[in-house]
Ligand binder design. Sequence first.
Ligand code: GUN
Length: 298
Amino acid sequence: MTAEIISGTEIRKEILAEIKQEVEEMKAKYGRGPGLVTILVGSSPASISYVTLKVKTALSVGFHEIQDDQPEDISEADLLALIDKYNNDPTIDGILVQLPLPKHIDDKKVLDAIHPDKDVDAFHPVNVGRLMIGGDAVRFLPCTPAGIQEMIVRSGTETSGAEVVVVGRSNIVGKPIAMMMAQKGIGANATVTIVHTRTKDLAGHCKRADILIVAAGVPDLVKPEWIKPGATVIDVGVNRVGMNEKTGKAILKGDVDFEKAKEIAGKITPVPGGVGPMTIAMLMKNTLTSAKKTLGAA
Ligand code: GUN
């Protein structure tokens, strides 16, 4: 039987429509909507295209959006001063500094300078700690893991007591999603295993998974025979494997052999159109949450 496809493109639409509705209500009740500043340093084409999409999405849901582009040679001190300005700006609920930054700037110093209550990427150590504590301590969840959890919930996959195997241990996906799935709560209460490059029997662990989350960055790493029949498979990999000569666009492949895996899995995310589109939607959700908390509406 062919798996049900979990479409990030469709779920994103639903989430953005929900956010737009809440923003309208917030504006009517409090006289303002959420405010997001996106800070782009330099002119890397990939960063420009990500930031442009973030700005466009923020405007589409009715946010107050400031696009603050800075030259490649901005000093670290000037960038820190800019962040401080937005930390103290009451119209701004979320500050996003697009990564990577130029080599002369210390990424960590910059991310740590963002006020944790405006850190809508959830990269600040305070937010990482809050995630670990769980429950009411959490203000923001990191965007990609939050998108994964949302897809699992909205696809109707049972997580309570489920065996979840996470392939990959990065700070932005593997580690946080593993912790989130193990917490008490909706879309959680799972038994979680993290596997990585030093794991002895990768295939054996994957075969046990009711929910398999793959964030390794290796095209087609997960073979179809590693998938438990009926499992939910979330493929976080976005690997550029070539160029389409007609369109000039990169050919993208996930970490899972999708064509074969979809004949075994119960539910599966495609690449592209799976986890990717969810990340920006969750950034918008975090910015809305921040505004709601600041206004005392949540
Ligand atoms: N660069 C690539 N992905 C991201 C992201 O999620 N947040 C930020 N701030 N920069 C990025």
